[in-house]
Design a protein around this ligand. Structure first.
Ligand code: SF4
Length: 436
């Protein structure tokens, strides 16, 4: 499995708040289903009589075994969630009987030829607050977890990655890009300035002839970064407004992020599924045309899609900036950025999406502020934004789909990311004001 690496300074201890046991219809393998189905739940918890626990959801792509999902209650909670907020599977059968998705949340694991990298999902409020014990102290637990997770994802897969000189050189190049972008995010400057500079460095890499820099990306960046820095104009000046098609695709990305509620309820039965699909279609049109209202899970009122443009973004508030910087650094350290993106798309689109997600977070933070009648988003709104965005992007295979890759490709160019991201990150961006 290689050396286990955890993000520097990251902390986590579950606070048993039960938030991850709501609105999330998690995957359950046939083996896990059999263990749970064999237990007499009604003898222990009479309220579980006639409660359906699972719903069928296709087959495992590698083994062909049936896959299932937790069948959520009508209020969106897991059927095993007890009124005290604790998990009944954990209480009755122990933590190891829980489905692997529950056991591994909120961790992410990326297996690479240079080690196994653990990351965290910012959909968990404790991760957002960086609360609990340092991850570095929990290596034994995380190692076991990584082993289980891998065995489940790829039954029978060889434990070690092939490690050749060519593969190592490729990873050394990837590490050099991470060091450079990470170094930018660790600077004591404003977040918008960091995004601007990071996008310029990514643009430089995208324009460079890949064959000529292969194996020596570190040296290339060392020479070129000071030049890029000298040329920059500063985020507030010279930010062009995104083009109409870029704005439309960004809104489409926001729509995909909002699909979380549909993912959660899509397993609740045929009729509910039909209703959900219809709503999804209507929402998709609303987002594309930037018109009408949408209901975002967690907000008390549906928001008009033009509303976020009316809200200012205090992104240089030190607490907000610290949280978003930690978010970028943790995700980057964890290597897979979003889902399988890094493995399947390559590093530059992965990093571009990570930076673009900051723009999406700012959009949701503005929506949250608007919903409570405020005109400036606060740290709490950004907490909502980061959890909302990471909930979908951190857990779904959305960006592994070729069609989405094709669709989103044009807005993952570093220059476009810069324009879109700064529009929402800056206190009153040029396009935010124009109603992106
Ligand atoms: S949301 Fe986080 S803190 Fe709350 S129960 Fe889930 S893992 Fe624990």
């Amino acid at each position: 499995m290689g050396k286990l690496e955890t993000p520097p300074g990251a902390r986590f201890t579950c606070q048993s708040c039960g938030l991850c046991c709501r609105n999330w219809s998690i995957a359950v393998t046939e083996e896990e289903r059999q263990v749970l189905a064999a237990h007499d739940w009604v003898a222990e918890y009479p309220d579980l009589r006639d409660v359906p626990f699972f719903t069928r959801s296709g087959s495992h792509p590698a083994t062909g075994q049936p896959l299932h999902r937790m069948r959520l209650r009508s209020d969106g909670t897991c059927p095993f969630l007890a009124p005290d907020g604790l998990c009944r599977i954990h209480k009755s059968l122990g933590g190891r009987a829980k489905p692997v998705v529950c056991r591994t949340y909120p961790y992410t694991v990326a297996y690479t030829p240079v080690g196994t990298f653990v990351g965290l999902r910012f959909s968990c409020p404790t991760v957002v607050a960086n609360g609990g014990a340092p991850l570095a102290e929990d290596h034994k637990y995380l190692k076991d977890l990584a082993r289980d997770f891998r065995a489940l994802a790829q039954p029978g897969a060889a434990a070690e990655e092939a490690s050749t000189a060519a593969v190592e050189a490729e990873w050394a190049d990837a590490a050099a890009v991470e060091r450079c972008v990470g170094g930018i995010f660790e600077r004591p400057c404003g977040l918008a300035e960091k995004v601007e500079l990071a996008c310029r460095v990514l643009a430089l890499l995208a324009e460079a002839k890949q064959e000529s820099i292969r194996g020596r990306v570190g040296g290339f960046l060392e020479v070129m970064t000071p030049e890029v820095e000298a040329q920059r104009t500063g985020p507030a000046e010279g930010v062009q407004a995104p083009l109409p098609n870029e704005r439309l695709l960004f809104r489409d990305l926001l729509h995909h992020i909002c699909m979380r509620e549909y993912v959660a309820y899509a397993r609740s039965g045929f009729r509910a599924r039909l209703a959900i699909r219809f709503r999804a279609l209507c929402d998709s049109f609303r987002f594309r045309f930037n018109a009408g209202r949408v209901h975002l899970t967690g907000l008390p009122v549906p928001i008009p899609l033009t509303a976020p443009a009316e809200v200012a973004s205090p992104v240089d508030d030190p607490v907000v900036a610290e949280m978003l910087t930690r978010y970028v650094l943790t995700k980057m350290f964890a290597k897979n950025y979003y889902g399988r993106l890094f493995a399947e798309w390559g590093q530059l689109p992965g990093l571009s999406l990570l930076l673009l997600s900051l723009g999406a977070i700012a959009w949701f933070a503005r929506a949250s502020a608007w919903a409570r009648g405020a005109r400036v988003s606060t740290y709490e709104d950004f907490r909502f934004g980061v959890r909302y965005v990471d909930y979908t992007l951190g857990a779904s295979d959305l960006f592994a789909r070729k069609i989405i890759r094709f669709q989103m490709g044009p807005i993952l160019r570093p220059d476009t990311v810069r324009k879109l991201c700064l529009s929402y990150l800056l206190p009153a961006g040029p396009t935010a004001a124009a109603g992106t």
